[in-house]
Design a protein around this ligand. Sequence first.
Ligand SMILES: Nc1ncnc2c1ncn2[C@@H]1O[C@H](COP(=O)(O)OP(=O)(O)O)[C@@H](O)[C@H]1O
Ligand SMILES: [Mg+2]
Length: 458
Amino acid sequence: MWKKAFQFRLHLFITLAQQLQGQTSNCTIRALSVMVEEQKSEKPVAKFDLEKEMELRFEVERQETVQMELIAGMTEVFGTELTRNKKFTFDSGSKVAVFTWHGCTIQLTGRTEVAYVAKETPMLLYLNCHAALEQMRQQAEREDERGPRVMVVGPTDVGKSTLCRLLLNYAVRMGRRPTFVELDVGQGSISIPGTMGALYIERPADLEEGFSVQAPLIYHFGSTTPGTNIKLYNKITSRIAEVFNQRCEVNRKAAVSGCVINTCGWVKGSGYQALVHTASAFEVDVVIVLDQERLYNELKRDLPHFVKTVLLPKSGGVVERSKDFRRESRDERIREYFYGFRGCFFPHAFDVKFSDVKIFKIGAPTIPDSCLPLGMSQEDNQLKLVPVTPGRDLIHHLLSVSTAESTDENLVETSVAGFIVVTGVDTERQIFTVLSPAPRPLPKNILLIMDIRFMDLK
Ligand SMILES: Nc1ncnc2c1ncn2[C@@H]1O[C@H](COP(=O)(O)OP(=O)(O)O)[C@@H](O)[C@H]1O
Ligand SMILES: [Mg+2]
């Protein structure tokens, strides 16, 4: 059961939310004094004057980059403030919103697929949400309690990740040290796809690179949808909650600052059950539902009454991403893991002997109930470690390097040190070649195989 529920009343901002909701649902778009000129270099330059509480939204064209510069005033991108007269570069496919509370002038250089100024945004609602959470933190400080644990839920492409980033940025800008819990195994932002984890946030996200991921806590899940092994997904969620609780016990600042949990866009069936499980594992105090009234009502019905469940509209700026785009951005995250942001790292390639490592897959394939050993359920099978004999089919697979010393440890609940990808297999010599962020030898010899493959085309 949940621990003592927080007494903070969120009704203030809920009322505000209700008042404003009608106005924000239909985003009216108003381009303001847009000036486009072609430079000699043939890169178009556009200047935008934004009045207070307006947002410039743009998407960078494929294979292009766009430079953005704040000329006058103050502004922020998903909660990170911009420095004046500094050029920020956004890569191909980036979808960006530059919001100003006070008014500003921005210049974009490069080809955008779309660039417009929007007057209606839900930013005031999001800010109110932050203000309510901050009050909960202050109360936690006064009463020697723990701070708010917030879960952000909703279908895909409603701005969940963006809202998490915003709330974390605002909290850290107030001097808090919130924890970001990333449970989205498909489009997660603190490690590569197929993982779940947590990150202690100590400074606002970098405008171009996102949050600094120097010391994340990462667990191996192995595929990009929770549905492939929901039992494992829930197990890891509980494990992260446990580790976070341990941290809160020894780190008062972390306890008061609370956490923001990002979730998958799968909100039906087992996906929904996983959300309920997450709420209970973390004993969340606040659930923010973006854009879906049905989900909001279901959670209100199924979660204990002291959990504040709030429905917020999605921003009209959130862009729907196609399946291909998602796949490409997953590949890009993996590439970034090995080669660094804009290729600033040089990964190592070396051979590993079959006999030097032990490879496992978590979860045995489902077999008919009648074939299971007596007293064993299908679910036990999902957490089982299945030894993998190295062979040709390892090629291109990602492998997590477990921090476990031996198989006596519970590998499912042990964090991982990093990842390698198999780039070649030589069955005659009994070796495989890997790409690794660190030079040889591997730090540990227990490897967990992912369903995810990565072709190293560099
Ligand atoms: N207000 C906005 N204006 C323009 N683009 C936005 C805005 N909010 C979010 N985006 C973009 O929309 C895309 C989807 O948002 P995201 O937060 O990742 O959604 P979800 O996590 O719900 O799938 C992202 O590329 C993000 O950068
Ligand atoms: Mg997301």
